[in-house]
Design a protein around this ligand. Structure first.
Ligand code: CTP
Ligand code: CA
Length: 233
């Protein structure tokens, strides 16, 4: 690492980053989870701190990684815990990046005891309730000038391409920037590299070449720094 090669363009900026996956309990020993590694969120935190930002990292479940240097790290488990922690930290932040894989649903009931199988009773059916959309809440609650960045992993399907879905999501979410990972064929989950697009609310769309999660983090912070300087804050 060559520290002085990095721009200090985020000096003193208060940024909040969420990372990793949430777990929604079914009973004392089981949960619904996802395969997020948290590596992208950690890379975003590391790069932001290196560029001078004051970083709060709200981490759900991740693979084993060293704590990023110079970062205020807070650990959470469920989507609801992530929600509370993000809103608290976001209240005083200039930039919020939602890189966490937040569960869309949670089991409607959490059993107090381990769920047992029985030959005398029908197999259980799990009912799910919808979790709050933290990114949409951040957009609704934001103070003027706060920059909000979302992430999306998309596949193309019969309703449209990856880009079609991403453009619709950016509009629906109302955030300033949306980082889109094209998934499938071993991309994005549990691998080191990402490829996709960076979509901006003003309509700008840049492709993100296949590269490391640190490179993607650099691309995101470059775009955020542009955003901050063009909005004159
Ligand atoms: N997100 C969030 N709260 C949720 C779900 C998602 O804040 N309950 C955030 C993610 O952290 C991400 C962005 O919203 O930054 C997009 O997540 P994604 O799962 O792609 O969007 P959804 O609106 O949940 O749409 P989908 O039905 O495609 O999962
Ligand atoms: Ca989702």
């Amino acid at each position: 690492a060559v520290p002085d090669a990095l721009p200090r363009d985020l000096e003193g900026r208060r940024v909040v980053i969420s990372a990793g996956g949430t777990r929604e309990p079914l009973d004392p020993v089981r949960y619904l989870g996802n395969r997020s590694s948290g590596k992208q969120g950690y890379a975003l935190a590391r790069v932001a701190a290196q560029r001078g930002a004051q970083v709060t990292l709200i981490a759900g479940h991740t693979v084993e990684m060293p704590d990023p240097a110079g970062v205020d790290l807070r650990r959470v488990s469920t989507a609801e815990q992530l929600r509370v922690a993000v809103h608290e930290a976001a209240a005083t932040a200039e930039v919020v990046v939602m890189a966490a894989a937040v569960a869309d649903f949670r089991p409607a009931a959490r059993a107090d005891y381990k769920i047992k199988k029985s030959d005398d009773a029908p197999d259980p059916v799990i009912r799910l309730d919808r979790n709050a959309d933290i990114l949409a809440e951040l957009v609704a609650a934001r103070e003027a000038g706060q920059v909000i960045v979302g992430f999306a992993a998309e596949t193309g399907d019969e309703h449209g391409t990856v880009l079609d879905h991403a453009r619709a999501k950016l509009k629906r979410k109302g955030c300033d920037l949306l980082v889109v990972n094209a998934v499938g064929e071993g991309k994005a989950f549990e691998v080191e590299d990402n490829a996709g697009w960076l979509l901006s609310a003003d309509g700008a769309e840049r492709p993100i070449p296949l590269g490391s999660k640190s490179q993607l983090a650099t691309t995101v912070w470059d775009a955020v720094a542009d955003f901050i300087s063009s909005s004159g804050s």
